[in-house]
Design a protein around this ligand. Structure first.
Ligand code: 5GP
Ligand code: MG
Ligand code: MG
Length: 192
């Protein structure tokens, strides 16, 4: 590579940084403490909704001093405008037996609440001993269903954010911070 070749830097596509790397790290440690205290002495099944929760769950479980089973699920999007509006559904088969198990569902961000409220409805039928939810980000002003998470990393304003697992057209997940894309890069919106 020539010395003057431009190296793509996705951080330069951000307009603003809402949560920087240091803030993420220290909040993750606090969240880990809260979760450790809640489940002290118990075995926990951590179920992450991917792809969005992939970085968050990887860092979070390393803050937990608990016996953990980890699995991931994918949830179909209801934001596909090429098809009629539909309820989010779990695409994968849930492989762990969750009956009488303490379950913690992890998602990247709580927005309208439809995804987690639907996934919780499905998980309750599996008769877990307990079912709680943990999200890194919470846009409290955008809820369309009555749903709150048990553990929340940060409250953020109603902006489309990327980074630390969150994508725009599957890009930007690797950014070490949470930020808002420059307006000229936000069109058309891609929310899956
Ligand atoms: P909800 O069902 O609560 O409206 O939305 C949850 C899902 O929508 C998240 O798991 C995420 O996939 C997507 N989402 C909502 N807001 C944002 C955002 O600001 N940025 C990104 N990248 N995805 C979002
Ligand atoms: Mg998602
Ligand atoms: Mg997405």
């Amino acid at each position: 590579m020539q010395a003057n070749d431009a190296v793509p830097n996705p951080l330069e596509d951000l307009d603003t940084i809402l949560v920087d790397e240091a803030a993420l790290k220290s909040r993750l440690t606090e969240l880990g403490r809260e979760i450790n205290a809640t489940y002290e002495g118990k075995e926990l099944a951590v179920i992450a909704i991917i792809n969005g929760a992939i970085i968050f769950v990887a860092d979070l479980i390393r803050e937990l001093n608990l016996s953990i089973q980890l699995d991931c699920i994918r949830v179909s999007s209801y934001r596909d405008e090429t098809r009629p509006m539909q309820e989010p559904e779990i695409i994968d088969k849930i492989r762990l037996d969750l009956k009488d198990v303490d379950v913690l569902l992890i998602d990247d961000i709580l927005d309208t609440g439809k995804t987690l409220s639907r996934v919780c409805q499905i998980f309750r039928k599996l008769q877990p001993a307990s079912l709680r939810t943990c999200v890194l980000l919470d846009k409290q002003t955008t809820r369309s269903v009555d749903f709150e998470a048990d553990f929340v990393g940060f409250q953020i304003p109603d902006e489309f954010v990327v980074g630390y697992g969150l994508d725009f057209a599957e890009r930007y997940r690797q950014l070490p911070c949470i930020g808002v894309l420059k307006p000229e890069l936000q069109n058309p919106p891609e929310w899956t």
